[in-house]
Write a protein of this length. Structure first.
Length: 246
């Protein structure tokens, strides 16, 4: 007999595993998740700064709406490719795709250094880091089940995306700020929710009888990507509030 895991794979029935083994496996997974997430943020930062030194690349990306949105579509395609690799436990390929995604994100975000003053960018990055750490701790330590937040956060995120698309055509400053503050709240919630979700997925995978290496392979990269995206989006919304435009 089997059951379906969070990755849609058929798993054996749960096995007995001690609390200490669960804790050790979870710690190993989170070390890998945070390590890869930090590496992704570093790659993004380096790629962004290098792009600033290439006016030709900046002009190529931002001179045409078609190129700009094509760039975005390519990054979305990479997200799906990373998820596919993680589900098949091809962790090496998934990690390589994640680093490629992080580099492309850095190229795409390079314009913020043109729009905003550098000191306000670094301040906002530091603020985002503090908020991220606090909410991650909350998500991993709270006894409250955050599962019920999932549908609420998902529909809120979809509403945020739709409102952002609508405002491209209406240019409403009021709607702009509503979207901004809503985005901050939504991604703060997602950080806590996704942190707890990674913990639950790790425990479920461990109870299914997988080895520690298999658990890390199946959860590590996707966990890093999920928290990376939460961090980047929270940073961008906070930058709207605290960023000082040039």
């Amino acid at each position: 007999m089997s059951y379906e895991s969070d990755f849609g794979q058929s798993e054996p029935l749960p096995v007995q595993i001690s609390e200490q083994q669960l804790s050790e496996m979870f710690n190993a997974v989170m070390v890998r998740v945070y390590g890869w997430m930090t590496l992704g943020l570093f790659v993004t930062t380096v790629a962004s700064l290098l792009t600033l030194t290439s006016p030709a690349l900046l002009n190529f990306i931002y001179s045409s709406g078609w190129v700009y949105f094509g760039f975005l579509i390519g990054m979305f395609a990479l997200i799906f490719a990373i998820g596919r690799s993680a589900r098949t436990m091809a962790s090496g390929r998934a990690l390589a795709l994640f680093m490629l995604f992080a580099a492309l994100m850095g190229v795409w975000l390079s314009a913020i250094f043109i729009v905003y003053a550098a000191n306000s960018i670094f301040f906002t990055f530091g603020l985002t880091t503090v908020i991220f750490v606090l909410l991650t701790v909350v998500g991993l330590t709270t006894k409250q089940d955050l599962t019920r937040w999932g549908p609420i956060l998902l529909f809120s995120l979809l509403g945020l995306i739709l409102a952002s698309i609508v405002n491209i055509f209406f240019f409403s400053e009021t709607l702009y700020w509503i979207i901004t503050y809503a985005g901050v709240l939504i991604f703060m919630g997602l950080i806590a929710y996704d942190s707890q979700k990674i913990k639950k997925m790790t425990y479920a995978a461990a109870m299914s009888g997988r080895t520690e290496g298999q658990v890390i392979s199946s959860i590590g990269v996707m966990g890093a990507l999920t928290l990376y995206l939460d961090f980047i989006n929270l940073f961008l919304f906070l930058l709207r509030i605290f960023g000082r435009r040039r």
